[in-house]
Design a binder for this molecule. Structure first.
Ligand code: ATP
Ligand code: MG
Length: 385
């Protein structure tokens, strides 16, 4: 079996240990190592204080000293190094107390520099049993930080693990507390939930339980969920929630602090979906909407009819590529040409005629060729005068 860690992260552990501190790999990286999958980032827990960590490494960034976290940068790669969380009762910060304060048993594992798994809470067993189980008393854990309710749903969506009965019960009972959680934190977990390959199961659990009532603006029903999932992006998931809940994009965006980019994406999908309900996509639609927007709008349209779309994003990309032009910039003529050909004054008419030329080229009435466009334009221009 391969060892967890990289030469750079091993160096951090070794440096800390050489200076008399304890240091371990913790969190998602250990979990993913036990699961046999790759992990995005490697987190380290240590007995050294943030100030002590800062002294030991030349490149550090203070990302949350109040939470005990220092970013240590080795060869350009950042690693989160966090001081053992202090237990309020025992007073002394230890690895075990640190792990006890984590959310689920699978996330409460530690791993030593020489490859020993430290498992106080049967995390390895739960990973093999594919169970999401709160560390210690589930009610206490959910009350301490209600975001864990949503995190459990997120892990369900990404790993298709089952939530252990006692944990699930506590999640339901304490669901209302989700209302106290900062929307920024919920947004992060929702993004990952929506991107999960088993988002369907997680969303179904949320909507059929008290969790859905506690989340801001969560749709009461999730129509055609089975035809919509898995989502190809979190953007798609948000667009679906918006349409399923018949919620204004601006309102949903505010509740979950979506970025302006996410908000406008949802609005464009809504517009495209509206267009699709009127008729199949026209050349103009294919031209104006991005391939992923066409894909999602078509998927939504088909889902509402009880079907699964057979058109992929690539299909819409090809449809777009097959158009004579991809954007106005590709036209071989511009406003200056129109002024020259007519000897007219600059004015609104230039933009209007450029749009007419764009439409003519787009619909194949006229090739994107300077001479032919000129002839077409002069003819049409004279007719309209
Ligand atoms: P991923 O690999 O998807 O990032 P992760 O487990 O690393 O999953 P993070 O949100 O990055 O998730 O958190 C890192 C670790 O910090 C977790 O594994 C867990 O041990 C701990 N943790 C994070 N959030 C909480 C929380 N709300 N309550 C308790 N422990 C938490
Ligand atoms: Mg992580």
């Amino acid at each position: 079996m391969n060892k967890l860690g990289t030469p750079a992260s091993q160096r951090i552990l070794q440096t800390l240990i050489d200076h008399g501190y304890e240091a371990y790999y913790v969190g998602g990286a250990v979990r993913d190592f036990v699961r046999g999958t790759a992990s995005a980032d490697i987190d380290i827990a240590t007995s050294a204080t943030p100030q002590e960590v800062q002294k030991l490494f030349p490149r550090t960034v203070d990302v949350g000293i109040e939470f005990g976290t220092i970013l240590v940068i080795i060869d350009g790669t950042p690693f989160e190094v966090t001081t053992f969380r202090n237990d309020a009762f025992s007073g002394r910060p230890t690895l075990k107390e640190d792990l006890r304060r984590r959310d689920f048993t699978m996330n409460a594992l530690a791993y030593t520099i020489d490859g020993t798994l430290i498992d106080y809470f049967e995390g390895e067993h739960d990973i093999h049993a594919q169970k999401i189980r709160a560390v210690d008393d589930p009610h206490a854990r959910m009350m301490e930080d209600p975001l864990r309710i949503l995190r459990a749903c997120r892990f369900m969506a990404t790993f298709q693990y089952e939530i252990e009965a006692g944990t699930l019960k506590a999640m339901q009972k304490e669901a209302n507390r989700l209302q106290q959680v900062a929307p920024e934190r919920m947004k992060q977990e929702m993004d990952r939930l929506l991107m999960g390959s088993h988002a369907k199961e997680a969303l179904h659990l949320i909507v059929t339980s008290a969790i859905g009532n506690a989340l801001p603006l969560f749709p009461k029903k999730l129509p055609m969920l089975a035809y919509m999932t898995p989502f190809t992006s979190s953007h798609e998931g948000w667009a679906y929630l918006c349409l399923a809940g018949d919620i204004h994009a601006t309102v949903l965006a505010k509740a979950y602090v979506l970025s302006n980019e996410e908000k406008s994406f949802i609005q464009v999908v809504e517009h495209a979906f509206q267009r699709r309900t009127e008729d199949v996509f026209t050349i103009k639609d294919i031209y104006q909407f991005e391939a992923d927007v066409l894909f999602i709008a078509e998927k939504l349209y088909k889902a509402y009819k009880g079907e699964r779309t057979t058109c992929t994003v690539q299909y819409w990309q090809h449809q777009k590529q097959a158009l004579p032009i991809q954007s106005k910039q590709e036209l071989v003529v511009n406003g200056k040409d129109l002024l020259q050909w007519t000897n007219n004054q600059q004015g609104r008419w230039v933009g209007e005629w450029m749009t007419k030329i764009e439409q003519a080229v787009l619909h194949g009435e006229c090739p994107n060729d300077e001479q032919v466009i000129k002839e077409w334009f002069i003819r049409e221009f004279n007719i309209e005068r």
